[in-house]
Design a protein around this ligand. Structure first.
Ligand SMILES: C[S@@+](CC[C@H](N)C(=O)[O-])C[C@H]1O[C@@H](n2cnc3c(N)ncnc32)[C@H](O)[C@@H]1O
Length: 435
C-alpha cells in the first residue's frame, strides 16, 4: 500500500492482523479472539502489530507512558495530508512527492507517533518534535533512531515557559504545519473521572497508560491550544497551518469561537471516529489564503456556526445543455475575462486566478474596450497577458464540468474575500441560467 495516500482507518481487522503478526497472534489466542482493551499488554501488542504491519515501524514505549492507538493517530495525519495537498501552491489538489514540507509535532510523547507517521508516509517531509518530559523525550529519540528516521527529525526538549512553537530554538524560520495531541485534562481529578468513565453511560474504549504530566495541563486541551492560538497571532504566516486535536467537542468549539473573535477566517474542522469509538475533534487555522477542500474543512457533525465558509459550489446543468456545450461555455467565458486561465479539455477542468472582481459589468466593458484597442494596434493578446504577469491574486478557483453527475463544480482555491468568492460563483451559475 502506498503510505503517501493511505486512507484513514474505518475499522481494524484483528483476525487478519493476528495472522500477520506472531506476537499479536499470541495475545489474540490468549483472549480467544475477544480483545480486552482495558488490559495495557493487549493495547501495546495491538499498537505494535499495527505499526509494523501497516507502516513498517517498530515501537518501544515505557510501560508508564502513553501507548497510542494507531487508527486515531493515523486518521489525524491522513487528514493533514489532504489539508496540505489541497492547499498546494500549484493548485494540483494531489500529493506532490517533490514538495518539501516541514512540520512540528508539539508534545511528541514517548512514541513520537505523529513524527514517525509523517516521516514514514511522506519521504520528502522533515519534522521537528518537542516535549517537556525527559523520559518521553528520550524514548521518542530512541524510536526515531530505531526506525532510521532520526536524520529527518529535529528534536527539542523544551520547558513549559518556552513557546509551544519555539521556531527560534529549533533554528527554523517557517513551518508548513503543526500537529498536536495536547494533554486533555485540567487536573488529576478530571483525568481520573474521565478515564474511569464517571458521568458517562459507556465505559472508556481503551486503557490509558499515560502519566499525569503527559495528560494534565492547566485548563486541559482548551488551555494548551489557547496558548497555541495566542502564539499563532504573533507568528501568523510563519506557519501555514496550525492544527490540534481535541478530546471534547466543547473545547474545539471554544477554540473556533476564539479564532473568529480574533478575525481568523480560514479554518477547517475535522472529526475522528474510528469504528464508533471515542470521538476526537481536529481544528486547523491559517493566516495564509490557500483554501482547503470542502470535504475535509467542513464536517457535518458540528453546528453550522463553527464551520468555515464552504469552499465548493455545485450546480446542476440545465436539461437543455449537454456536457460538451457546458465545457465550451466555461472555457469561453473565462477567456473573455481578465484572468489567468488554464483549461485542460481532457479532464474538463480549468484553473484561474483573478486580481479582483474582473467580472463586474463595468470592469468587463473596460476590458473589452482595451482588447479591441490592442487588436486594432496589432499588438494583440501579448500586451494584455503582460498585465497579468505581476498580478496580486485575490481569488483562485477551479471549475470542473462533471459529465457523470451533469454538474458544474466551482472550488475556492485561494483568497480571503468571501464576498468576492460568492460573487464569482453567482456569475458562473448565471451564465448557465441565461443560455
Ligand atoms: C497527550 S500527550 C501526546 C503524546 C503523543 N503526541 C501522542 O499523541 O500519543 C501530550 C504530550 O505533551 C507534552 N507536553 C506537555 N506540556 C508541553 C509543553 N509545554 N511543550 C511541549 N510538550 C508538552 C507531554 O509531555 C506529553 O508527551
Amino acid at each position: 500500500m502506498d503510505l503517501a495516500t493511505k486512507p484513514p482507518y474505518e475499522t481494524v481487522d484483528f483476525k487478519a492482523l493476528a495472522q500477520q503478526d506472531e506476537a499479536f497472534n499470541t495475545t489474540w489466542q490468549q483472549h480467544s479472539g475477544k480483545l480486552d482493551f482495558q488490559d495495557p499488554t493487549t493495547t501495546q501488542s495491538l499498537t505494535k502489530a499495527l505499526l509494523k504491519a501497516d507502516f513498517g515501524l517498530h515501537l518501544e514505549v515505557p510501560d508508564d507512558r502513553l501507548c497510542p492507538p494507531v487508527p486515531n493517530r493515523w486518521n489525524y495525519i491522513s487528514w493533514i495530508h489532504v489539508l496540505l495537498d489541497s492547499t498546494n501552491p500549484s493548485y494540483s489538489n494531489r500529493y506532490d512527492p517533490g514538495r518539501h514540507v516541514v512540520g512540528l509535532d508539539i508534545g511528541t510523547g514517548a512514541s513520537a507517533i505523529y513524527t514517525m507517521l509523517c516521516l514514514k508516509s511522506r519521504p520528502a517531509w522533515t519534522m521537528c518534535a518537542t516535549d517537556v518530559d525527559k523520559k518521553s523525550f528520550e524514548s521518542a529519540a530512541r524510536n526515531l533512531t530505531l526506525n532510521n528516521l532520526i536524520t529527518r527529525a529535529k528534536l527539542l526538549q523544551t520547558i513549559d515557559s518556552q513557546p509551544l512553537i519555539p521556531l527560534q530554538y529549533l533554528g527554523v524560520d517557517k513551518l508548513d504545519f503543526t500537529v498536536c495531541n495536547p494533554p486533555f485534562f485540567a487536573d488529576a481529578t478530571d483525568m481520573r473521572q474521565s478515564l474511569s468513565g464517571e458521568g458517562k453511560s459507556a465505559r472508556q474504549n481503551a486503557v490509558c497508560t499515560g502519566s499525569e504530566n503527559e495528560m494534565v495541563y492547566r485548563g486541559g486541551d482548551l488551555g494548551f491550544v489557547t496558548r497555541i492560538v495566542e502564539e499563532s497571532l504573533v507568528l501568523r504566516e510563519r506557519v501555514t497551518w496550525y492544527t490540534s486535536l481535541f478530546g471534547k467537542m466543547s473545547s474545539a468549539k471554544a477554540i473556533i469561537g476564539l479564532l473568529k473573535e480574533k478575525g481568523v477566517t480560514n479554518w477547517a474542522v475535522g472529526c475522528i471516529d474510528v469504528g464508533g469509538g471515542t470521538k476526537r475533534w481536529i481544528v486547523a487555522w491559517s493566516f495564509v489564503d490557500y483554501r482547503p477542500c470542502n470535504s475535509i474543512a467542513r464536517i457535518e457533525k458540528i453546528a453550522n456556526e463553527y464551520l468555515p465558509f464552504p469552499t465548493e459550489y455545485r450546480f446542476a446543468l440545465p436539461a437543455s445543455i449537454d456536457a460538451t456545450a457546458a465545457k465550451h461555455t466555461i472555457d469561453q467565458q473565462a477567456r473573455r475575462l481578465h484572468v489567468r486561465w488554464n483549461w485542460v479539455s481532457q479532464t474538463a477542468t480549468g484553473v484561474g486566478e483573478a486580481a479582483g472582481n474582473v467580472w463586474s459589468r463595468a470592469y468587463r466593458r473596460e476590458h473589452e474596450r482595451k482588447m479591441r484597442e490592442l487588436a486594432a494596434s496589432g499588438t494583440g493578446d501579448a500586451d494584455m497577458q503582460n498585465t497579468l504577469e505581476d498580478m496580486k491574486v485575490a481569488l483562485a478557483f477551479r471549475i470542473t464540468v462533471s459529465e457523470s453527475t451533469r454538474e458544474v463544480v466551482v472550488e475556492w482555491l485561494r483568497g480571503s474575500d468571501q464576498v468576492l468568492w460568492e460573487s464569482f460563483c453567482g456569475m458562473v451559475h448565471r451564465s448557465f441560467k441565461k443560455s
